[in-house]
Design a protein. Structure first.
Length: 419
């Protein structure tokens, strides 16, 4: 019995040594336990690291805020498109390639901005204001002299306007003078009021065309906008009446003073003077008409000179055409009226194209063209100053040319997508 119990004790010790903590099995169990604990701890740490901010525990380092994209500088545009005047400080600094781009965009803008349609709206109000303005002039002249002599003092208009149009205006003025009544003050008040109302509509339509030319939207409040339009209307009518009064009054005064010979010497100077006044008026309209940050004067002069020179050329050519190819005597006053409508429509288009030219000249340079301290692109308050016009032949050029022709542009620019 003793030997058997000892034998069993020895075998139990042997098994305990093989499977106990000190054996290989116990070591494996311990390693697995440690690995499981480490994995659980790592998972908990990862969960706390990624989701802890939802519960008020932030372990992740703060990421730096992304820097805003740097606005392009004029030097960037010059580097991409050298030799096109992207750094031009004045219109005369734009090289030949830049002027090719400008003229190409200006020609495309005539159709894209529907210059002819806008000019038609301005012409409508000009014709409406024509007869009240003539009546106001005859009335003012009648306060100081015989109204029947008013047109005789404006005979110089035959040298400026086409002959049929001048004859038409002269006939209407004589008719108004013959029908004038003794109540000149009342007549003057209502004719001036009617002139202001109709001419103000023309100014508003013209300003709409200027906004289109400069790619702007009217954002001025209603009161300010109407005050600006009425200010331009009053200034324009007063300027026309003063110019006519000076042309009429100066020869009379000089004749009374016995200076007729001196007037004959200086009379030709009135044409350059009138041209300078017209160019100055166009420059002021181009500066204050569009709803945008004011452009510097040097960026407005080219369009004003263009409008002045082309208006003179068109007037002479139109006069020559009417005198040689149109039988105005066959249609009477109707032909003269139609000639006046056509001449006015063409003249208004020239004014709008002067604005288009100024806009594209500004569009050519990346330098700030607005008044005040130079600002970076995007902060100047004017579309043509905050952007750069596409060069001729660039990918954006086709879209610019096909402006307002969405259907044709869609057919030409659409890319085939894989089905």
């Amino acid at each position: 019995m003793g030997s058997k119990s000892g034998h069993f004790r020895a075998r139990a010790k042997t098994r305990t040594g093989e499977n106990g903590r000190g054996g290989p099995g116990g070591l494996m169990t311990a390693l697995l336990s440690i690995a499981g604990g480490l994995a659980a701890g790592a998972g908990a740490a990862h969960l706390l690291y990624t989701q802890g901010h939802k519960y008020g525990v932030e372990l992740r380092p703060k990421r730096p805020e992304p820097l805003p994209p740097r606005p392009p500088t004029p030097e960037d545009f010059e580097a991409r498109e050298p030799g096109r005047g992207r750094l031009a400080q004045r219109p005369i600094h734009i090289p030949h390639k830049g002027w090719v781009d400008i003229l190409w965009r200006t020609g495309a803008a005539y159709f894209g901005d529907r210059v002819g349609f806008v000019a038609g709206g301005v012409t409508f109000f000009v014709v409406l204001s024509l007869f009240p303005t003539l009546g106001a002039f005859v009335t003012i002249y009648g306060l100081f002299a015989d109204p029947a002599d008013a047109w005789g003092r404006l005979a110089f208009l035959y040298s400026v306007l086409p002959a049929p149009i001048a004859q038409f205006l002269g006939g209407e003025m004589q008719r108004l003078a013959s029908n004038s009544t003794g109540q000149l003050t009342f007549t003057l008040v209502w004719t001036l009021a009617l002139s202001l109302w109709t001419a103000n509509g023309g100014i508003k339509t013209l300003f709409y065309g200027l906004n289109v030319a400069y790619h702007e939207v009217e954002k001025r409040n209603l009161v300010r906008y109407n005050l600006i339009c009425m200010g331009f209307t009053l200034t324009g009518l007063i300027s026309i009446l003063l110019t006519a009064a000076l042309v009429v009054g100066v020869p009379v005064v000089l004749k009374l003073l016995g200076l007729e010979e001196e007037w004959a010497l200086f009379a030709p100077l009135r044409w350059p003077l009138l041209f300078m006044v017209y160019v100055a008026a166009m420059t002021v309209i181009y500066r204050f008409g569009p709803c945008r940050a004011r452009a510097r004067w040097r960026w407005l002069t080219p369009g004003a000179l263009f409008a002045g020179v082309l208006s003179l050329a068109v007037s002479f050519l139109f006069s020559w055409y009417l005198s040689n190819f149109v039988r105005t005597d066959s249609y009477g006053p109707l032909a003269a009226l139609m000639g006046f409508l056509l001449w006015t429509w063409i003249s208004v288009q020239i004014i709008l194209m002067g604005a288009e030219l100024n806009a594209e000249i500004e569009h050519q340079t990346a330098i700030d063209t607005t008044t005040g301290k130079p600002l970076p692109i995007g902060e100047r308050g004017a579309v043509v100053a905050d952007t750069v016009g596409p060069r001729r032949g660039s990918p954006a050029a086709l879209a610019f040319t096909l402006k307002h022709t969405e259907a044709l542009a869609d057919r030409l620019l659409r890319r085939k997508r894989p089905e």
